[in-house]
Design a binder for this molecule. Structure first.
Ligand code: ARG
Length: 275
């Protein structure tokens, strides 16, 4: 079955401020190189059986390439395909949201607008589905707030979708997608040091097999990979990671994301799978 995935070309991609500890004015972006890396991601997804859709980038929105953050995308039997627009922490990123909401609305997705007040939610940076759509894991602490996750939880509970809040504590893992990567319905790849102890226990309750990255691996975005057709698309691999992937029948496919890492993001952050 073809998996559909949304990407945004990095036409205006840049590092202009410091939204996370990876970003620094000292490492300017090579935009041509970024474009080649993005094209390699698109090709790797297509070679892994994905149908790639794109949204038009907007000038001045330097992080719009990170297509995972502007909305949460869901599917529910009965309710259908829906999105929950984010309320991003940074104002330039908040301006990306309406472009994505329009894209999804034009394609028939229902829009579930939450009254977030001063709370924050950052889409699939922090909100990750169990692969079988049975529940959502919700990271908070750096970007999404505890209060934002509560409001999201209340809305999802009306649809009968359980939400598992997870408290993040490592600033290099400021989004859940940097330290938590479902490999299939039974196995997850995590960096344990990114979770507050009770949250780590919560994670372990829901998975038969939990694979652990080292801090070095996690901070190199090896937990920010993309699973598609028995492949794990990742910016780097170590023998340790390869061993864990092998246990789950996954082959690593390397796609260099050096330019995007300067912005604190890698492969998982650059796409959203479409139900
Ligand atoms: N520069 C972006 C930011 O700080 C990177 C976002 C990475 N996205 C992700 N899902 N982790 O917002």
């Amino acid at each position: 079955m073809l998996k559909r995935v949304l990407l945004c070309p990095p036409t205006y991609f840049d590092v202009v401020d410091q939204k996370n500890p990876y970003m620094s004015a000292a490492s300017p972006v090579d935009r041509e190189k970024a474009h080649r890396q993005w094209e390699a991601l698109r090709a790797a997804l297509q070679e892994s059986g994905c149908q790639v859709e794109t949204i038009n980038p907007a000038p001045g929105l330097e992080d719009m390439v990170f297509a995972a953050n502007q909305v949460f995308v869901g599917y529910h039997d009965g309710f259908g395909r829906f999105i929950v627009p984010s309320r991003m922490v940074h104002s330039s990123r908040q301006r990306e949201v309406p472009f994505y909401v329009d894209w999804y609305r034009a394609r028939g997705y229902k829009v579930v607008d939450l009254e977030l007040g001063n709370e924050h939610l950052e889409g699939h940076g922090d909100l990750l589905w169990h692969p079988d759509w049975s529940r959502v894991y919700a990271g908070y602490g750096f970007r999404s707030t505890r209060g934002g996750v509560k409001i999201f939880d209340a809305a999802m509970s009306k649809l009968g979708i359980p939400v598992v809040p997870l408290h993040l504590v490592d600033r290099f893992c400021y989004h859940l997608d940097t330290c938590f990567c479902p490999l299939n319905n039974d196995a997850v790849l995590i960096y344990p040091g990114a979770f507050e102890p009770e949250s780590l226990q919560e994670v372990r309750r829901y998975w038969k097999r939990v694979y652990e990255l080292t801090a070095e691996e996690a901070h190199k975005f090896m937990g920010n990979g993309i699973v598609a057709q028995h492949r794990y698309i990742t910016p780097y691999a170590t023998p340790h990671l390869e061993g864990m992937l092998r246990e789950e029948g996954l082959t690593p496919v390397i796609v260099d994301t050096s330019e995007f890492e300067k912005s604190g993001g890698s492969l998982f952050c650059m796409k959203t799978f479409l139900p």
